[in-house]
Design a protein around this ligand. Sequence first.
Ligand code: TYD
Ligand code: MG
Length: 474
Amino acid sequence: MEGRNSIHPPSSTFKYLQSIFYHLPSIMKSSISFVCQECGYDSPSWLGKCPECGTWNSLREFKTQKSLHSQGLAGRANLKTFESTENVKPRTLGEIKSSEKERLSTGFSEMDGVLGGGIVAGSVILLAGDPGIGKSTLLLQVGLTLAQTNSNVLYVSGEESVEQIKLRALRIMEHPKQKEQFKLLSINDADTIVEVVQDAKPSLLIIDSIQTMESRAVGGMAGSIAQIRYATALFTRLAKTLSIPTILVGHVTKEGMVAGPMILSHMVDAVLFFEGEKTTNTRILRSFKNRFGPVDEVGIFSMEEKGIIEIKNPQHFLREYSSKTSGSVLASTLEGTRAFLVEIQGLVVSSKLPIPRRVVSGIDGKRLELLLAVLQKHISLPIGMMDVFVNVAGGLKLTDRGTDLAICLSLFSSLKNIPLIGTVAIAEVGLLGELRTVPYLEKRIKEAQKLGFKNIISYNAHKTLSEAIRSLGK
Ligand code: TYD
Ligand code: MG
């Protein structure tokens, strides 16, 4: 009973909690915060495991200058100077200028398509990709092309010196015209960039890369989550207030995109990924998020000796197709909403190893394991003790299940040593050996027919893998 008496009555408990909440902001106004390096979760105290993403030992200490608290969020003080009061006045729809017409063309119709018709005024685009994939080259070309049409382009690099960029520019275009419209700056200081941009008011701003940008207002080194977020917020505000379209380059780090571009995706208008195997020339520009356009469009490019060129010809991936030998089957795959024909090459040889090798290039290794199991079980192919190699010619990375049947047939063709010249296969293969239909089947078939291929094996004609194999008549 004594214990009971010592408990605060409900009203005083409420007052006690109220006083804690009242003082909480001042208690929390610490100049140190702990930020998760994986997802950017911000905590006032150190924690062993991030409560947001569950990663262990990922919180790092950051000292935030007191002045930032007084400035408010994300460089508000820095940007206040150029924010006009007009922006604070509520306006009717009729009073708002439509920016639809103000799209800037990048000079690459493939890139314009991915963006939904070009770059929207004041939009912020994050161009993400592996280091060395060609992001700087692509943007330099975009910048140089735009500069030729009287647009002022400011290319800010935090990674390379202006001399290095000039060398690259000379490699791309031997005599860049309208050079005065294209300005370069090699700097890491985000605050100074804001000042330069306010003065120069370029029609396109390129920041290469967001990971190298640093502001005095935040603690931590360039590349830390706090710095990346701050710089992105700063440039986004700058872009919106001055209506300057901005492209930010973001490297995808080894740990995955989480530590880089993904934590920024909600802050920007569009996230584009530039992908490809570094060993091949093919590059694909994909949109992951786009406030002003579709997300299922892709742009296809090729990294050449003198810069990047766009690939509009659907036959591009078949330019080396001349196969008369066994192991080659064509697949009609979908990239975005476009169908492309690609050559799948399979090689099956007897293995000398206790665990046979499965080597893939351009397809998922786990998918191959599954297809091999189906071939063994439902077609009785003695493939278990064989080394299996699969390659997608032309450098495309396929995740499309519509290419399953082509993979299976290429392995069958190699194992039985039966050439399947000009055969196009389109279907997903299920675990029971059944064929399944795939999105845009008619479009894929049409693309194959357009290129003159008549022998098309698809879900339309056959419902099981064994039926499809029997139809080969071999
Ligand atoms: P880069 O644009 O620097 O990649 P990122 O900015 O994504 O890190 O491209 C680097 C690679 O591209 C490098 O290996 C050289 C190659 N390259 C070409 O093949 N052709 C060219 O015209 C240029 C400029 C680069
Ligand atoms: Mg680069």
